[in-house]
Write a protein that binds this ligand. Sequence first.
Ligand code: 3BY
Ligand code: FES
Ligand code: FE
Length: 412
Amino acid sequence: MVDTGRIADLLKARKPGFSLPQEFYVDDEMFAADMQAVFATDWLFACNVAEIKRPGDYITLEVGGDSIIVLRNRDGEVKAFFNTCRHRGSRICLNESGRVNRLVCPYHQWVYELDGKLINARQMPDGFDKSGYSLKPAAVEVICGMVYISLSDNPPSLDRYRAAVTPYIAPHQPDRTKVAFTSTIIEEANWKLVIENNRECYHCAGNHPELLVTLVEFALPDDSAATNVFKGLMDRSVARWDSYGLPHQPADGGIEFRCIRLPFNDGTVSFTMDGSPASNKLLGDFTEPDLGSVRMFRVPNNWNHFLADHIIHFRVLPLSANRTEVRTTWLVHEDAVEGVDYDVERLTEVWIATNDQDRILAENNHKGIRSKAYRPGPFAPSEFMLANFSEWYAGKLDDFVRPPSQRLVAAE
Ligand code: 3BY
Ligand code: FES
Ligand code: FE
């Protein structure tokens, strides 16, 4: 049981503009609250449609105690179901991904159609009404190839998000991609530290030599810390993007999401060790390999890069207060040929190195926060996305612990 009164007191102790009080990162009760207040109510990034291209292709993801099956049905639609059999509750799909003709429970072999309907329940008596035992569906939305699921029976609208990000992402034609590689790592750190680490590049100069060959450290076109070199690069890039009709200004995502096109360092075009293209087969109808990248971040569990030659999705799923799964998916043009147009190692080595560096940073962050010496510390101006995340998170917990009339944190 979560003690909502204690959480309300901790929320009162939170200082906006500072990292969170210790309990939010390390405490098992807070973790339980996060799973209920955030992960059971909001939309979660699950996968890209390219991961489930054919009818019967599925992936599963663990969200707290729930497992969700995301699959492509016979009509080509993306559907999601709770991975819990309607007989006596066994998990049905036991793998992280695969392809099935029908969903067959491994326990007593109840068989479900790809639309969730129970179609065979052997040895059940005559008159057993299968229609009352369909799999419980989970809400699912597809936005520019990104599959979002929600455990909630009444999830919030994604309309504003969909409308805002589509003009940035659609030109990359994510529907015409294929998976080149996926990596899953476990970080011994609270999920919020994984997200916070991702939301700033204050740490980049000291930690990401491979990434900084190409990635610019500045997150805003008019960053106050930006150098003249960056400003010149930005001006030239903006002129080219405008000539291609590609949107680049920061989208108005408030504290929920952020979407912006930013250039790569001069002379570099993609996340490779030398900045040259990672795939010769460009996405969509692009003919120009240097389009910078659309950086798109969304709470609670996702960030992405959309380049001219590939797309990278990052998915975060909390496992416990001090363990978090980070799954990275690299997508290339669906007609790109491995070994001819792209090489998996060249495509993935920058972010595999970067993810591992970020893992160590988050793990050390978590360890340091466990000390009695930890006190919430102030965000730098370049950590503005952490301030946004903190406001958003506090708002979610506030919704959870108190009636709306008594909310501490103003709605956006
Ligand atoms: O680009 C990213 O994925 C984020 C933004 C800055 C730090 N991190 C590398
Ligand atoms: Fe699934 Fe028995 S629990 S068939
Ligand atoms: Fe990093």
